[in-house]
Design a protein around this ligand. Structure first.
Ligand SMILES: [Zn+2]
Length: 157
């Protein structure tokens, strides 16, 4: 019987009980774990994309003006668009989490390549991505952490 090991927890497994993606194997438990983490992550982004907060830490008149302008550029998104966004982002995250224990995605003033790709597929403008927002997904700790807005502390969701 052909055996391999799980790319996340390193347990030995026979290939009939494992799952393969791009040449990497996961045990059933780790596959479920990363799917749950990805689901939690995309649900958080979906809520935020619907109604983004813009906080760059600049309380000057120019900063407040930029924030109001950013808020006015964020568009209403349809349920269908959110559905496509979630599906795309989940697929991207599962790919990443299949391979890495620690994944970081986020937005400075513009969304990173992963969020951009999911937004684009869904036809959601990148203006709906909140500023200064990061997410860490840590598989071996089974945790999703977010920092929403300028210098926000990490919080577990
Ligand atoms: Zn495993």
């Amino acid at each position: 019987m052909k055996t391999t090991y799980c790319n996340q927890c390193r347990c030995f497994l026979s290939v009939i009980e494992g799952y393969e993606r791009n040449g990497k194997w996961l045990c059933e438990q780790c596959k479920e774990k990363i799917e749950n983490l990805a689901e939690k992550a995309v649900n958080w982004w979906a809520e935020v994309i619907k109604n983004p907060k813009f906080d760059n830490g600049d309380s000057s008149i120019a900063g407040v003006f930029a924030k109001v302008l950013a808020e006015s550029l964020a568009k209403n998104v349809t349920r269908e668009q959110i559905g496509i966004f979630k599906k795309e982002l989940k697929e991207i995250l599962i790919d990443l989490l299949w391979e890495y224990n620690h994944v970081v995605i986020g937005v400075d003033y513009h969304p990173d390549q992963y969020l951009s790709q999911a937004l684009e597929k869904a036809g959601i403008p990148e203006e709906n991505a909140p500023w200064k927002t990061d997410m860490q997904i840590i598989v071996n700790q089974n945790k999703v952490l977010v920092a929403y807005g300028y210098r926000s502390p990490w919080e577990e969701i």
